[in-house]
Design a protein around this ligand. Structure first.
Ligand code: ALA
Length: 878
């Protein structure tokens, strides 16, 4: 059975049992606790938690998933980072009886697996599951009981939390090596027993202290690995031998000119599997809109790409860029099931090529940096964890490379300290967020269990409203009242306050009543509960009380200006730079807006001015801004711009500025574009690889900025004693005068140092027939000047050695120059300078006839020069 047949067979089977087949969701999830979709259930979480109604209570999917927890194992025969998960889900529909009976039917009647090679595990107390497996036909000695670390989902939830819907699970294993003697009960040799399917019986709500309450509606969540099951069906050792990987491995073998022989532990085979896995993940990640960068998802992608490139270069000996050569085989393989990889083919290949080019450069700079770290070490020493960490994080130089180069030179590497530093590193800790848990916001659960209705938002039309206090949260728990001075979060039945979302910051403002005043410092929302964060400024606030809620309207007006203008800016950027421009992030605050968008290179001054001009033109056109709600399909048809990684409901809000801009957006906007007043771009910079960032201002801040700049110009003009129009000409004139003066000064200095050179040549000492000038120069501006001086002295000496040292801004600079005849006699400037520099706390080297080095300790210059001279004398046999 091929991978495609298995997908069809699974979906068809559960469809015949009443399931609705839904398409795969993106690899990039909107769940803030996860970086990626790690299981088929991730897109289903809102249904499990009752936050949304599923389109049907029984669902089946094939979901694209990514797990990088085992990244270091990739290359073995069973693990994949990217994989497809076949899943069937019940939201209060069927439960354990059907789930187990159907699992049996699918495994043995449909797939025709050999019962002799199958075992199942259940949670230790789940007698119900035991009886159901027995009833289905599973022999008792094939059912194993285990604890919550393996047989609960989420793992260890009973003792460790979180408080969420959870339950015992039953995993199905297949024997990949039936010729071996039976595995003793309770032992799980991972190479032999391959987990292919997990059935989770989501039947409890976990409360504080691990108290489990049965859920009124029980759920089913299952996950079967497509790749692993395909391997089992073909009686292969693992996923990489199935048809799912065949074209990729074939292409990689062509590129490398080496054979994949399907062994467990040959380094070449491990490299082939690692590359095949990582470039498949790369293809799907970029296909889902991720771009290589140094944070979050982009960082994981970059890491996968770099590991693939390293394995290709170091193990397979591929010398030229190869990712973009191999990826088309993957696109071809998956384009029918996941059309996005075909649609994004060009983008995927472009990023692959760019990243590989950049990586070559990184390897080159990293190698130079590594050399300078290693010069001061001798065989047996250990490269410090800090150096390894700096190389990895600052230079992007892979730790595997550092370790390998160090090993070649007989050096150790302090990987323990490196690991510690890495663990503290923010990026990595973010990259490590892969807890397979459903995190429910505790506050929301409490409100829900108290039957508190979600907040009704009035703020599109109103700045004020009367409202009822329906919840007061203090330090995460619901309380009945709060007194003057207390900081709490208030939930109202209805509110004009906008809660931070879609980049727009939350509103601030006030609640007042005869009994209380409350100052709102921020507004946040979870599900659709709005939390007004702030402090009681007088009186006391009580649940059930009534207040007048009023937002800071002036602040909100400024936010509206920035939000509507952000839409105009988005469109203008597409006009000026091209359709590839898409929003990657945005901040809409009262004082400024920040907009991150996909674009590979820095904008030119010309482009920035053009964008600024277009946006200001659109402001002047006074275009009416309208908002309306539409079914999503209709909104898409109107051409409304959707945002990357956002989840939209069936009905979406659309914001339209005439026929110029139309976007999906939940934010608050102007009524007419002219209310923005004026638009000024403050900066354009890089925010991540392939992402640019614009910061800009509108309204009063834009005006103030313009007035300030005018004032600066006026001051500059009066300082230059000229008019604003002549400021530039006047500066140019000053600059050219300055250049003249510098030239004159340099000539004077040369004349003076010429005299000094003469003196030094005259004072050369002769040791064993060799003329040596050894001198600590004063008042030298840089290392180049030291070099020039050494050149000039040796020119006059003809035959001899020049040893110069200087203190340049508190740093040591040394130069050794050796005439050709003495080089032939064995004097080596590079060797001499290396030893001399060590004395002054530095390092360096160079050619036999000329070498320069630096050092940290200027008080040691004299000593360093003496060492150099001694070495020269020794070399000439003096
Ligand atoms: N959510 C369960 C898993 O991924 C089915 O193993």
């Amino acid at each position: 059975m091929t991978g495609s047949e298995l997908r069809r067979s699974f979906l068809g089977f559960f469809e015949s049992k009443g399931a609705l087949v839904m398409p795969s969701d993106s690899l990039v999830t909107s769940d803030p606790t996860l970086l990626f979709t790690v299981a088929g259930m991730v897109p289903m979480v809102p249904y499990f938690l009752g936050e949304q109604t599923p389109p049907r209570t029984s669902v089946a999917t094939v979901q694209k998933c990514l797990r990088t927890k085992d990244i270091d194992d990739i290359g073995d025969t069973s693990h994949c980072t990217f994989f497809e998960m076949l899943g069937n889900f019940s939201f209060g529909d069927y439960f354990k009886t059907e789930a187990i009976a159907w699992a049996w039917e699918f495994l043995f009647d449909v797939l025709g697996l050999d019962l002799k090679r199958v075992r199942v595990t259940i949670y230790k107390d789940d007698d119900e599951a035991y009886e159901l497996w027995r009833a289905a036909g599973m022999p008792a000695n094939k059912i194993f009981r285990f604890d919550q670390d393996t047989n609960y989902w989420p793992a260890n939830v009973i003792t460790e939390g979180p408080n969420t819907a959870c339950g015992p699970c039953s995993e199905i294993f297949y024997d990949t090596q039936p010729h071996l003697p039976p595995t003793p009960d309770g032992e799980w040799d991972d190479k032999r027993w391959l987990e292919i399917w997990n059935n989770v019986f989501t039947q409890f709500w976990r409360n504080d202290g691990g108290v489990m309450t049965p859920l009124p509606k029980k759920n089913i969540d299952t996950g079967m690995g497509l790749e692993r099951t395909a391997a089992v069906l073909g009686d292969h050792r693992g996923p990489f031998e199935t048809d799912l990987f065949a074209p990729t491995l074939a292409r990689l073998q062509e590129i490398a000119g080496k054979k994949y022989t399907s062994t467990d532990d040959s380094p070449t085979d491990i490299a082939f599997r690692r590359i095949a896995d990582h470039i498949r993940a790369t293809t799907f990640l970029i296909g889902d809109g991720v771009m290589p960068s140094n944070t979050a998802q982009g960082y994981v992608l970059r890491r996968l790409m770099r590991r693939a490139m390293l394995a290709g270069r170091r193990v397979l000996g591929i010398e030229k860029p190869f990712l973009a050569e191999a990826i088309p085989a993957i696109v071809e393989q998956y384009k029918d099931v996941y059309p996005e990889v075909l649609e994004k083919r060009d983008t995927i290949l472009r990023h692959a090529a760019n990243e590989e080019e950049q990586f070559s450069k990184t390897l080159a700079t990293g190698t130079t940096r590594l050399d300078s770290v290693l010069t001061n070490l001798k065989a047996g020493d250990v490269v410090s964890g800090k150096d390894v960490f700096d190389l990895a994080t600052t230079y992007g130089f892979p730790v595997e490379m550092t370790a390998e180069v160090a090993r070649e030179r007989g050096l150790g590497v302090d990987l323990a300290t490196y690991d510690e530093l890495l663990a503290d590193h923010e990026i990595i800790s973010k990259g490590g967020v892969e807890k397979q848990v459903m995190v429910a916001n505790v506050a929301v659960q409490m409100l829900r269990s108290g039957n508190v209705a979600e907040t009704h938002f009035l703020g599109y039309a109103e700045d004020t409203s009367s409202a009822k206090i329906v919840g007061i949260l203090k330090d995460g728990v619901l309380v009945n009242s709060a007194q003057q001075g207390e900081k709490v979060q208030i939930v109202l039945d209805q509110t004009p306050f906008y809660a931070s979302s879609g980049g727009q910051v939350g509103d601030t403002g006030w609640f007042t009543s005869p009994d209380v005043s409350f100052e709102v410092e921020d507004t946040q929302k979870e599900s659709n509960y709005f939390f007004h964060v702030g402090a009681v400024t007088s009186g006391s606030i009580v649940t059930g009380g009534k207040v007048d809620a009023r937002i800071d309207s002036a602040r909100r007006d400024a936010i509206r200006r920035n939000h509507t203008t952000t839409h105009l800016l988005h469109k203008a950027l597409q006009t000026v730079l091209g359709d590839h421009v898409h929003q990657r992030g945005s901040l809409v605050a009262p004082d400024r807006l920040r907009f991150d968008f996909s674009h590979d290179s820095a904008m030119t001054g010309e482009q920035i001015r053009e964008v600024e001009a277009i946006v200001n033109e659109k402001i002047l056109e006074d275009i009416p801004v309208q908002t309306f709600e539409k079914p999503i399909a209709e909104a898409k048809k109107m051409g409304a711009m959707m945002l990357f990684g956002e989840k939209y409901g069936d009905v979406v809000r659309v914001v339209q500025a005439g026929d110029y801009s139309i976007e999906f957006c939940g934010g608050t906007h102007l009524q007419h574009t002219s209310q923005a007043g004026l638009f000024k771009i403050v900066s354009e910079s890089s925010s991540a690889s392939g992402v640019r960032r614009i910061e800009a201002v509108t309204g009063k801040p834009a005006l103030m900025r313009t007035l300030d700049q005018e004032r600066t110009l006026m001051t500059a003009a009066s300082t230059l004693k000229t008019s604003p129009a002549n400021v530039v000409a006047s500066i140019e004139k000053l600059q050219s005068q300055l250049r003249e003066r510098e030239k004159e000064l340099a000539e004077l200095q040369r004349a003076a140092s010429g005299g000094q050179v003469e003196e030094l040549v005259a004072s050369a000492r002769e040791v064993g027939g060799v003329k040596i000038v050894n001198y600590q120069a004063q008042g030298v501006s840089d290392a180049d000047a030291v070099r020039t001086m050494a050149d000039e002295i040796l020119n006059r000496l003809k035959s001899g050695v020049v040893i110069l040292g200087a203190d340049i801004d508190g740093k040591v600079s040394l130069a050794i120059k050796v005439s050709k005849d003495l080089v032939e006699k064995g004097v080596h400037a590079g060797n001499v300078v290396r030893e001399a520099a060590k004395v002054a706390g530095g390092g360096g080297g160079g050619r036999p006839d000329f070498a320069q080095a630096g050092g940290k300790d200027p008080s040691k210059i004299g000593e360093a020069l003496a060492v150099a001279e001694r070495l020269v004398v020794e070399a000439v046999g003096g």
